[in-house]
Design a protein around this ligand. Structure first.
Ligand SMILES: [Cu+2]
Length: 225
């Protein structure tokens, strides 16, 4: 069901996602401030017929202000944006490593940890087999089950063409390139199911290779495979 929650960004599962949402809110507020301020000044001048141009014909102060104020706005956007970019790179330490492989047109996951060899193929559930309450083209037969509150290193690659492993509610997206390992750090702050889709046009069934990650606690995770 479509709800009002769908108008804005999704509820985030990790700190990076929360930071992205805050940055989006801040930039939109700044944009609105500039737009409304500009419209009020221009509208006021046009409606009243009183133009400020004559008063400020040779004003050094005005030139100073219209240079410094926009520069301040730009820096206030650029600095948090740079901070976020480096934050997304993640740290070097992790507790679990998962390999994600993109195929035409499904995802497969591999985990070689805790003495176990986990290898999963994750295909989309066809429309006829969709469970009640399931999301169309978003449910998969085998979802990736991961522990929450754990730093997980995702190694992303592809076996054929370019794909992209994306989780909008974690603010993360990594390209899957054949012959190359890209990585990202995931850490979910709460349990739940995170949905995503391939985000690189990869062929006719590009729209039908959803990503489904389930975050649960450690004790359940250890017995889930
Ligand atoms: Cu793809």
């Amino acid at each position: 069901m479509t709800t009002f929650n769908g108008i804005l960004l999704q509820d985030m599962y990790n700190l990076i996602g929360i930071e992205c949402t805050l940055f989006n809110d801040y930039s939109m507020a700044l944009l609105l401030l500039i737009l409304v301020g500009f419209l009020l000044i221009m509208g006021g001048m046009v409606l009243t017929g009183k133009y400020l141009v004559n008063k400020y014909m040779f004003s050094d102060m005005l030139e100073f202000v219209w240079t410094v104020v926009p520069a301040f706005f730009l820096f206030s956007l650029g600095i948090p944006s740079l901070y976020l970019m480096y934050y997304m790179e993640g740290g070097n330490s992790c507790d679990l490593t998962v390999k994600v492989i993109g195929h035409q047109w499904y995802w497969s996951y591999e985990m070689h940890e805790f003495g176990g060899e986990v290898s999963i193929d994750s295909y989309m559930v066809q429309l006829n087999d969709l469970p009640v309450g399931g999301y169309r083209t978003l449910e998969v037969d085998n979802s990736l089950i991961l522990p929450m509150l754990t730093s997980i290193r995702m190694l992303v690659t592809s076996s054929d063409v370019l794909h992209s492993w994306a989780l909008p509610s974690m603010g993360m997206k990594v390209d899957a390139c054949p012959g190359r390992l890209n990585f990202m750090n995931l850490m979910s702050m709460r349990p739940g199911v995170v949905y995503g889709q391939c985000s690189e046009i990869c062929g006719v069934n590009h729209s039908f290779m959803p990503i489904n990650v389930e975050f649960i606690n450690w004790s359940n995770f250890l017995v889930s495979y």
